[in-house]
Design a protein around this ligand. Structure first.
Ligand SMILES: *[C@@H]1O[C@H](CO)[C@@H](O)[C@H](O)[C@H]1NC(C)=O
Ligand SMILES: *[C@@H]1O[C@H](CO)[C@@H](O)[C@H](O)[C@H]1NC(C)=O
Ligand SMILES: [Ca+2]
Length: 364
């Protein structure tokens, strides 16, 4: 009777992701990009495929067990007094295990040093993931291999040298730790605001607890995203950071027992980021570009006579109208500027003005 068990596990996993996403906001990984021209070669809005942006990217951790020499850690068995201890050596639980191929049956995981080494508040552990260009992010899912933290938050950047912008806080003590109310929804018109929730901060489960942050969840204008510039900016990120502030405990750490302190640490098996390469509706594909220094980064394969890493400008000589992102009804294709015709038109207008046939107002 193996099959039903596997099926149930899979099914529960599916629900967890869906509940973090508010119904139809959940595209599936691998959904293909859409075409930039229709069957009659008319331009239309297009988008790259929906993917796990984190997969295969190297995440950076400010603390990893083993990096400062072997450290002992103990398993949290949930039964008082019985702790199995082991040693973490360099390379055993590196940050690269955060974004490798995820196998639920035999996960690989990143692990920090323990409470004995002083990793929590006022210290913190940062995990950073750089995308190399702008992406439209739908969700961030973190699969913990330790109990979920008592307090942590996610922040993002929208430009390489911009500030860190808080995205979402998770804490059993929202008010005390982050000065925010425990809230699941924003108000219409004030939607690009980070929230704090206590929903994912229980010490249980000791392993395999998920945290799913749906970037548009609880935001009233999510269903008219295209007409809400504030939210279009909100879902954009060039990098994200997970800041782990406080560990969850059973309260037994206060006696300072080393074995107890060694049983509290952070461990994460997988970080997935569901999103699309941001191309402003002007590309159906993102491609790898190798720069002069041999570094690889993604850029949009721009259509509609657009250019730039995010198709965020018009090609040279295609500046007849100002650049604009494509929407559902208008592709906003960049069109060729034809100087001779312009000059002819304005010359004609001058003559007409002189002749008194059109008013002065018409001419810009
Ligand atoms: C983690 O990031 C925060 C916010 O940018 C920063 O203040 C802190 O110094 C970082 N911590 C470490 C250990 O790098
Ligand atoms: C798309 O752009 C056109 C032209 O700029 C505008 O009139 C229209 O309202 C836009 N549609 C949506 C759904 O935003
Ligand atoms: Ca892993």
């Amino acid at each position: 009777m193996r099959l039903p068990v596997i099926f149930l596990f899979f099914f529960v996993g599916g629900i967890e992701i869906a509940s973090g996403q508010d119904g139809d906001q959940t595209p599936a990984i691998g959904i293909k990009g859409t075409k930039c021209y229709d069957d009659f070669l008319r331009p239309q809005r297009c988008k790259p495929e929906f993917e796990n942006v984190a997969f295969g990217l190297q995440m950076e951790a400010t603390n990893t067990c083993g990096d400062n020499g072997p450290t002992e850690y103990c398993e949290q068995t949930g039964v008082a007094g019985t702790k199995l201890c082991d040693v973490c050596v360099a390379g055993q639980h590196q940050a690269r295990y955060l974004t490798d191929r995820h196998n639920q049956d035999s996960p690989t995981w990143w692990q920090s040093e323990t409470m004995l080494e002083g990793i929590q508040w006022p210290n913190q552990v940062n995990l950073t993931l750089r995308f190399g260009k702008a992406f439209d992010i739908t969700y961030i899912r973190i699969w913990f291999w330790s109990p979920r933290p008592e307090s942590f938050y996610i922040s993002k950047k929208t430009t390489a040298d911009g500030p860190w912008i808080p995205y979402q806080y998770y804490s059993t003590t929202c008010r005390d730790t982050y000065g925010l109310p425990d809230m699941q929804h924003t108000r219409r018109g004030d939607e690009a605001r980070p929230l704090c929730t206590s929903e994912y901060s229980d010490i249980s489960p000791l392993r395999g607890g998920n945290v799913v942050f749906g970037t548009l969840e609880g935001r009233p204008s999510a269903y008219s995203l295209d007409a809400t510039p504030e939210l279009l900016e909100w879902v954009t990120a060039t990098e994200i950071m997970i800041t782990l502030d406080r560990l969850n405990t059973f309260g037994d750490e206060q006696f300072g027992d080393e074995k107890v302190l060694k049983s509290y640490f952070y461990a994460i098996a997988d970080v997935a980021v569901g999103g699309k390469c941001k191309c402003n509706g002007h590309a159906s594909e993102c491609i790898d570009l190798v720069d002069d220094y041999g570094a690889k980064r993604k850029v949009c394969k721009c259509q509609h006579n657009t250019a730039g890493p995010d198709c965020n400008e018009c090609l040279h000589f295609y500046n007849d109208a100002p650049w604009s992102r494509a929407n559902t009804t208008h592709a906003h294709e960049c069109k060729r500027f034809i100087p001779s015709e312009k000059i002819a038109t304005s010359a004609r207008q001058k003559i007409m003005v002189a002749a008194g046939t059109i008013s002065q107002k018409v001419i810009p």
